[in-house]
Design a protein around this ligand. Structure first.
Ligand code: CP
Length: 316
């Protein structure tokens, strides 16, 4: 694998293998000094043309813990503001010596386009409505490790709730979760569902109350206002009445059920309950796990032979 642009770049065996490698990375992250020399001499550039808190810092932390050099590019304070194109930006950074680009862009397909302009590996950190593959990997990691079912989500039901239509997280999660054997039910108003779900392998529900007591995972999504025009926005009061997680709905979750959210949370819109008061909440654990998953992805793309290099790194 040269790039990670989509979950579709990964076979199911690749996904299971990355989750297993993340276990090794989690062990490194539990040490007093969470750092190994596995990617010494490599340079990872985080190139974000859209806002991010979790993904950018998580990738940069992952690269640092593997001893890679990190180059940070923030579009809002760059020469993009003077008219520099995406291509010229990538070619300029490549000329400084980059082994991997971690790219976020508001346009679907931008990371794929960037592969044409550089010999470096390209990792998609979220492109438009299209894909956010490392989010899906960290979500699958969080679910499987909580249920202690390491290679499978067979028999589990995941409700993904909210703005599915504009969500790259939902598209990536649905692909990974269903390939690991889960049943996914999309809980959303019609306006927040794609016009066709042919081939998605999911079912739908039009009220959270109909499913909340029966699912193993409740996965809440933010309304992606930045990806819709004002005419598409529903009444927030109406939306929250049917689709927000309230204290009453959270109390109806099964005892073992998990609450996940990719962040950022919009409190008072999709999350009326304080997530810290929901026993099954693993929202901050998702953030922690994101570092281990991104270490696994960076190592897989840049590290060469896992049995020797990672072992040397772990032992160093
Ligand atoms: N989950 C996620 O992509 O969060 P950020 O937008 O903060 O990176």
């Amino acid at each position: 694998m040269k790039h990670l642009l989509s979950t579709r770049d990964l076979s199911t065996e690749d996904i299971v293998s990355l989750l297993a490698m993340a276990d090794h990375m989690a062990e490194i992250n539990s040490r007093a000094v969470p750092k190994v020399p596995a990617l010494r001499g490599r340079t990872v550039a985080s190139v974000f043309f859209e806002d991010s808190t979790r993904t950018r810092l998580s990738f940069e932390t992952a690269a640092t813990r593997l001893s890679a050099e990190v180059m940070t590019f923030i579009a809002s304070s760059s020469s993009v503001n003077k008219g520099e194109s995406l291509r010229d930006t990538i070619e300029t950074l490549s000329a400084m010596g980059v082994d991997a680009f971690v790219v976020r862009h508001k346009s679907s397909g931008a990371p794929q386009q960037i592969t044409q302009w550089t010999d470096a590996a390209v990792i998609n950190a979220g492109d438009g409505w299209h894909q956010h593959p490392t989010q899906a990997l960290l979500d699958a990691y969080t679910i499987t490790r909580n249920f202690k079912e390491l290679n499978s989500m067979q028999g589990r039901t995941v409700a993904i709730v909210g703005d599915i239509k504009h969500s790259r997280v939902a598209r990536s999660d649905i692909d990974v979760f269903t390939r690991l054997g889960a049943h996914v039910v999309l809980v959303a108003p019609t306006a927040f569902l794609p016009s066709s779900l042919d081939g998605w392998g999911v079912t739908t529900a039009d009220s959270l109350d109909d499913v909340i007591g029966a699912v193993d995972v409740v996965y809440m999504l933010r309304i992606q206002r930045e990806r819709m025009d004002a005419a598409q926005m529903p009444s927030l009061r109406e939306y929250s009445s049917l689709f927000a997680l309230t204290p009453e709905r959270a109390a109806r979750m099964q005892g073992h059920a998990l609450l996940l959210h990719p962040g950022p949370i919009n409190r008072g819109v999709e999350m009326i309950v304080d997530p810290s008061l929901v026993p099954g909440s693993r929202i901050l654990q998702q953030v922690t796990n994101g570092i281990s998953i991104r270490m696994a992805v960076l190592f897989s793309l840049l590290g060469g032979d896992a049995t020797t290099t990672l072992q040397n790194g772990v032992e160093a």
